[in-house]
Design a protein around this ligand. Structure first.
Ligand code: OGA
Ligand code: MN
Length: 298
């Protein structure tokens, strides 16, 4: 579809940030079970890389999973296989718990390993870029939100690519990168990963410049997990990755979403980055639940 073309959906999608973020106020869309709905949501996602669905009440975990499954196979969180993070608040294996509550439903203790792990979400990243089969869509559902602004920011990697100088585009066209979840955790202050942790999730290799299969738009594929450029001296690679990160995240490419209970935001991990905005997570409860659809499984 050309980017100028309107998306044909049976629900209204209002642009809230150019062609980057669309908003759907129809409460029933993600609860629909007819055959057309998944293709319509994918069409909206191919135009807008982020879609905000305002639901009057949060979808139940079962509804959240059921809709997500219509988009493909769901990722199972690997952290539950790690002894120090195995305690789960939500028993559905497809739900990834990214709020600040522990297995008893209380605000996590300061030294909770899961809390330290999830702090990595405050760095610009894309979900599950550190596996050979990547995350495509993430669906994040707000069950409880603090009175302060515990927002999420999204950055458009298509617009970021378009705006690069031609010399930079030529320089990076064929580069490949390594992505490791442990690299981003340590950057965010997580303690040195244990042997069990390292073994649970080895790094993966991906192209830095990609073409989005739905929109045919070129985009950067960057993330805090991105640790090296293949074949380059490590520090030189990191310097270029830092430069690209800065070029990709000026305010005109960034949208900040302020959560209301019931919202589900769907983003396309291939062509966006996102990060949680820091808030006082030791005082306020934030219950956020995510599913992530794996690439090539629709
Ligand atoms: C995520 C994530 C950020 C947030 O769920 O993948 O990065 O604001 N969340 O909760
Ligand atoms: Mn994330």
């Amino acid at each position: 579809m050309s980017i100028a073309e309107e998306v044909r959906t049976s629900f209204e999608v209002r642009p809230v940030h150019g062609d980057f973020v669309g908003e759907i106020v129809d409460d029933g869309v993600l609860r629909r079970t007819d055959d057309a709905i998944a293709a319509e949501v994918v069409a909206a996602m191919d135009r807008y890389a982020v879609c905000v669905f305002h639901n009057r009440t949060p979808l139940s975990d079962a509804e959240h999973i059921a809709f997500s499954r219509r988009l493909g196979t769901l990722q199972r969180p690997f952290t539950t296989k790690i002894a120090a993070m195995a305690d789960k608040r939500i028993q559905f294996p497809e739900i990834i718990d990214v709020g600040n509550l522990d297995a008893r439903g209380e605000i996590q203790a300061l030294d909770d390993r899961k809390r330290a792990f999830n702090r990595g979400n405050q760095l610009w990243h894309t979900d599950t870029s550190f596996t050979p089969v990547r995350g495509v869509y993430s669906l994040l559902s707000a069950h409880e939100v603090p009175p302060c602004d515990a927002d999420t920011e999204f950055a458009d990697m298509r617009a970021a690519y378009d705006a690069l100088p031609d010399a930079m585009k030529a320089r990076i066209e064929d580069l490949e990168t390594m992505h490791s979840v442990w690299y981003s955790r340590v950057l965010a202050g997580y303690p040195d990963p244990t042997a069990e942790e390292l073994q649970s999730q080895p790094p993966a290799r991906h192209r830095l410049v990609q073409v989005h299969p739905g929109s045919r738009r070129k985009h950067l594929y960057l993330a805090s997990h991105c640790s090296e450029i293949v074949g380059w001296p490590v520090e030189e690679g990191r310097a270029l990755l830092r430069e690209l990160m800065a070029l990709a995240t000026p305010s005109q490419f960034v949208h900040r979403h302020q959560w209301r209970v019931g919202d589900i935001v769907i983003w396309d991990n291939r062509c966006t980055m996102h990060r949680g905005v820091p808030f006082d997570d030791t005082s306020y409860r934030r219950d956020m639940r995510r599913t992530t659809v794996l690439e090539g499984t629709a």
